[in-house]
Design a protein around this ligand. Sequence first.
Ligand SMILES: NC(=O)c1ccc[n+]([C@@H]2O[C@H](COP(=O)([O-])OP(=O)(O)OC[C@H]3O[C@@H](n4cnc5c(N)ncnc54)[C@H](OP(=O)(O)O)[C@@H]3O)[C@@H](O)[C@H]2O)c1
Length: 304
Amino acid sequence: MFSRNLIKKRILVTGANGMLGQSLCRFYSKQKNVRLLACSIDNESVFNGIDYSKCDLTKREAVKKIVLDFYPDYIVNAAAYTNVDKSEIEREEAWKVNVKGVEYLSETARIIDSRIIHISTDYIFDGKTGPYSEDDKPSPLGYYARTKLASENVLKISGVLYSILRSNVLYGSQSNCKIDFVMWLVNSLREEKEVRIVTDQINNPTFVEDLVQGISKVIEYNKTGVYNIGGREFLSRYEFSQIIADFFRLDKSLIKPVSTGELNQQARRPLKSGLITLKAETELGYKPLSIKESLAVMKKELLL
Ligand SMILES: NC(=O)c1ccc[n+]([C@@H]2O[C@H](COP(=O)([O-])OP(=O)(O)OC[C@H]3O[C@@H](n4cnc5c(N)ncnc54)[C@H](OP(=O)(O)O)[C@@H]3O)[C@@H](O)[C@H]2O)c1
């Protein structure tokens, strides 16, 4: 007899060559009940053995074509212009990818009733009263943050069924994408370079595989709305670096504590931030790993 469970879910992952995109591809390529199509701005997928198409999200017709051709049940948007400081200067480019891209995805998704799972950030908050719940009032400090808040608003008025998963300080990068904070720190300390790490930015760093878990639960339970997806521990970036250095037995004396002000970064950062994950825990059964557990996974998988 015909069974709904045998029908494969069609999932389109955008930004598939990025940190989150690669982890999503790895996860969904192993799921038997999923037909996966990965796309990103590059000519080729960095992940072997999956269906891949090039698609620049800033090109309206290209977005329309890939969505209508593949006819996804779900679009997971892991593509973004993610350079926080450069966004202050390359404003047009950041807006095009982060806001117009979401607009183009949602206009076509609405026609065929695809659900969009979009990723946002704690940077939409000003970091005065964190950690934040899903209902707290956004107040972005920098341009990247403004684009991400605008992308959320695009979905809210789009008429599509959507979920927004907000995350912060993603780590757990794959071998072929930009390096994350953990890898950067491990590489720097192994090369005996001195690093300056801020003591006044507090949040709950998110292991990328935990975010994949959150996304998969939203899809599995057909949830809509906003969910915070963060790590189990709230701590400063300096404290995070100490745990990483201890775990990999690296020289902690090379880590110099500094304040955010001393770094003179182009974009302002929220200081007292982080995301309360109670809603995801209760509604999705979200259970993040501890930092040490996730570092152990990274060590094993990336041979760090
Ligand atoms: N990383 C974090 O700490 C963090 C924290 C909170 C939320 N987030 C959010 O999480 C999501 C995933 O972040 P991530 O760290 O995985 O980012 P990432 O590694 O920078 O990946 C984003 C991917 O999107 C691609 N892309 C850029 N412009 C594109 C375009 N026009 N069309 C199609 N693809 C395009 C990028 O390609 P190129 O590399 O060639 O530009 C990259 O492969 C983003 O929405 C981000 O805002 C990230």
